[in-house]
Design a protein around this ligand. Sequence first.
Ligand code: PLP
Length: 386
Amino acid sequence: MKLATRMSSLGTETAFEVLARANALAAEGRDIINLGIGQPDFPTPENIVEAGRRALADGHHGYTPANGILALREAVADDILKYRGVEISPERIVVVPGGKPTMFFAMMMFGETGAEIMYPNPGFPIYESAIAFSGAKPVAIPLHEDNGFSFSADEILALITPKTRLIILNSPANPTGGVALKSEIDKLVAGLDAHPGVAILSDEIYSRMVYDNLDHASLLAYPEIRDRLILLDGWSKTYAMTGWRIGYAIWPEALVEGATRLCINDHSCVNAATQYAAVEALRGPQGSVDHMVAAFDERRAVIVEELNSIPGFRCARPQGAFYAFPNITGTGLDARRLQDKLLNEAGVATVAGTSFGAHGEGYLRFSYAASIDNIREAMARIRGCL
Ligand code: PLP
């Protein structure tokens, strides 16, 4: 067989490999605490599950419009108005199977040999992977611990070249839990005035998970970039629906038709029952989201305190998502060796910072989507192990 050379550029998401290794060890009878995988440890709220069941019973078994049923796109538009204060036409919303397809579609649209696409590093690993796969050059936006892993607008603006087509931003962020500073977003948007051909993909999938009374600062709040902004969000994290596979993006008017055509070529539509469940998620009571976020907030305090008590670890307080990203350079081990040691010797699954890009060396990602008892037990094991 002769494969296309682009296959060698495709990366992966190591969290899935860590999950597989943790599961294999657990299958051998080892007691593993999994702080590696990035998904809520809560079940999907029952009213949402019931809406999915009802949709199946009601005969919603066929194809839907490729961009999603109108009732769902209208519910998304109302949600955007409620949480981001911006009126958006449902025509600009394209529903896809999760957060990831929007990334891939954006790379297919903008990426090709000779183009440059910027992405946060450390950042969600699929950005760099999909950019490279498209043939474009991935240009890292380095994120730094000393400003809470917010991006620096000056640093981004200085990296723009005539080849830059797209800038990917992610706040609240995976893997750092960092939240972009409003002042840096203001500065970036102002600076982009001089680069009208550069588009922005803002991954806001953790938008409902911000702490310390912060409001989520959305890129959608800036009318001056709305005709070149792709806003990615979805149900996976907010409603504990990672396995249902549904997400959406708001596309600039000029790109909606292309995004829909990509849907038709790729998956036709998201499965119908899931779309009805997603309507219930947005229109139904939000108490379970509040409850889950409050639980994450409580665990955040515990894990940060515990991590800072481990010799060689230093952990800043993350302000969003459900990840802590301690600096582990004081242990004398590199991130990958420490990840392996903790899994094999302490039975604690974490993900090396380098799984999120070269700038993640010296850090380890902990997901605190786990019970407080498990978090405390994991930290006790790590202290013992080190
Ligand atoms: N964006 C970020 C920043 C994520 O962390 C994730 C999942 O971990 C996704 C997107 C993908 O979400 P989904 O599972 O809906 O494809």
